[in-house]
Design a protein around this ligand. Structure first.
Ligand code: UDP
Length: 242
């Protein structure tokens, strides 16, 4: 498959067209931003780790019946994915109160909640990704009622599958962000990434943060935390294919 012109450059990834209209190639960068671009930096080795971790988790989800955009890992930073139209929502799944929810609702970070919380934000950097509810989404036509039902059901299933996998790796899945895409046939599938950039992972025993909060909050040990997540999920550095 041939990599053609760049379609888009985001904060952490670039997306390229290919010679097959059904597929794109994503390329993971080491660049990191936080606070909607207010804080910028580089996390050495992040691109290859997020590429590997995302592909590993997407393959695991596929095996359990969750449709994803994953097709094939091409290199340490590049992956072939299915072409989809991204639903302009960030779907946030929360098991333990942290980050913006803890702040907004005035609860201590780490508070266990009686059930899983699902939140939607409208993907728009200029607006700062405002939180919206299902009636906004339907009113604006960002997704249909059936699509939204599917997105919610898939998000809860993904939470169950990932939560169990991470628990086995000694990691608590505190919260995470998902994005979904619409295939040309109209199927809703999981897109984007699942990595320490987009999830909060806390060590089950010590509570240590092993995710992007180390960068956001200047906690140090950022690279080591990403490498630790990779090691726990995939084992010591080895062949690049799962
Ligand atoms: N998240 C993300 N991208 C965003 C916003 C949030 O991947 O643009 C992830 C974040 O890593 C965390 C979860 O979604 O795992 C919830 O984030 P929160 O709303 O607490 O925002 P934050 O505290 O990161 O600003």
């Amino acid at each position: 498959m041939q990599k053609l012109e760049q379609l888009y450059e985001g904060k952490a990834k670039k997306v390229f067209k290919t010679d097959d209209a059904s597929y794109y190639i994503v390329e993971y960068k080491d660049d990191a931003t936080a606070g909607n671009g207010a804080k910028k930096g580089t996390i050495a080795g992040k691109g290859p780790i997020n590429n590997r971790v995302t592909n590993h988790l997407m393959q695991l989800l596929e095996r359990q019946g969750v449709p994803t955009h994953f097709v094939k890992e091409l290199s340490d930073r590049e992956t072939v994915v299915k072409r989809v139209e991204i639903v302009p929502l960030e779907v946030i799944v929360r098991n333990i109160a942290a980050g913006s929810l803890a702040k907004r609702l005035g609860v201590e970070e780490g508070t266990r909640m009686a059930r899983t919380v699902l939140e939607y934000c409208y993907k728009d950097d200029a607006l700062g990704d405002p939180m919206v509810n299902d009636t906004h989404i339907l009113a604006m036509g960002w997704a249909t009622e059936a699509e939204l039902r599917e997105i919610a059901a898939l998000s809860f299933r993904i939470n169950d599958i990932l939560g169990a996998t991470l628990k086995d790796a000694g990691l608590e899945l505190v919260d995470f962000k998902l994005e979904f895409g619409r295939t040309p046939e109209g199927q809703i599938i999981l897109a984007d990434e699942i990595s320490p950039d987009t999830c909060r992972f806390w060590d089950t025993k010590t509570g240590e943060k092993l995710d992007k909060d180390r960068f956001r909050r200047d906690l140090g040990g950022v690279e080591a935390a990403y490498a630790e997540v990779r090691r726990r999920l995939l084992g010591p550095e080895g062949p690049s294919q799962a």
